[in-house]
Design a protein around this ligand. Sequence first.
Ligand code: ADP
Length: 383
Amino acid sequence: MSDLVLVLNSGSSSLKYQLVQPESGESRVAGLIGRIGEPEYPADHEAALVAAFEAIAAAGYDLAALGLRAVGHRVVHGGDQFYRPTLVTDEVEREIERLAELAPLHNPANLRGIRSARALLPGVPHVAVFDTAFFHGLPAAARTYAIDPAVAARYGIRRYGFHGTSHEYVAGQVPQLLDRDPATVNQIVLHLGNGASASAIAGGRPIDTSMGFTPLEGLVMGTRSGDLDPGILLHLDRAGMTAADLDALLNQHSGLRGMAGANDFRELSAMVEAGDSAAQLAYAVYLHRLRRYIGAYLIELGGADAITFTAGVGENSVAVRADALAGLDRFGIAVDPERNAAPARSARVISPAGAPVAVLVVPTDEELAIARAAAEVATGQPD
Ligand code: ADP
């Protein structure tokens, strides 16, 4: 048997795969099969997996002959019941299917990937790693919506939180980088990618996060609105918009793309610099929301030892990092302009030497975190 783990992330029309050595963190092969179901592309997830296996074989890894340690599957919604990486059985599949009620866009696609992979690699342990798991233990005050508890219980309405694998992975790196005991570190993690979320973590345990019942709550994102007054939905409903219209509006035609026409942050930044007023407003709204969450989490934590930026925008946008924390010197928070602008790729501190609050950039690696979790679960299984 090899020491490798295959990580799969199945979306509705795409399949991301990566072959990882979990201990060293080395990625051997990685790729994306897109446009599943479109003419001249793989017809379904099973066909996409076969194409992925061919690409992996072309890179010198025959998965069938090699013997994998595990296959790790990203699953978006674990509901109340899945809060740790879980060995997939038929029963677990049925539960993930049932949870599609809570995540209709994501869980069915995740499940198609799991079913296809179990059919193609039957002798290997398959492990589901849930995006919600890290936030399962949020304090009651942070996870509860202020609505009729009977309605909440009947429909499973609570704040679940998402991007948990990334928040956990990044938050785990910070104490090491600062050479501090993890139990003593209060931190804010800002995962700013196409989707975006913030979390407040005290001694390794999350006490709040910005995504809620769905990944729509919280920060302004590439195409999603984040927080808004729920009265707006009632108003638009009365004005004749359907649930499908509202879903498309809030998930696909809002956020940076909705406001400025571009959801790619590089494109948006170029528009801002060129003086595009819609892009400037979108950038201002994005930052306003981000700073509001940073402020809230500083208070919830009673002060932070570290504030960390991660994911595509967080890792790459010098301007967002500087603007998000501008003018906060009185709270001990500052970004060193030279450190911030250095063209580094690895995890690093960007606050001035000796600053009371460490500001960091830590590249996230959800695939590696999933590979490690899957390897750990698989190790506990009898052959
Ligand atoms: P997701 O995994 O949510 O799809 P990523 O974490 O890959 O997203 O982040 C994608 C976002 O990161 C895009 O908005 C992209 O424009 C932004 N991004 C990537 N590289 C840069 C860069 N060099 N400067 C600014 N933004 C960047």
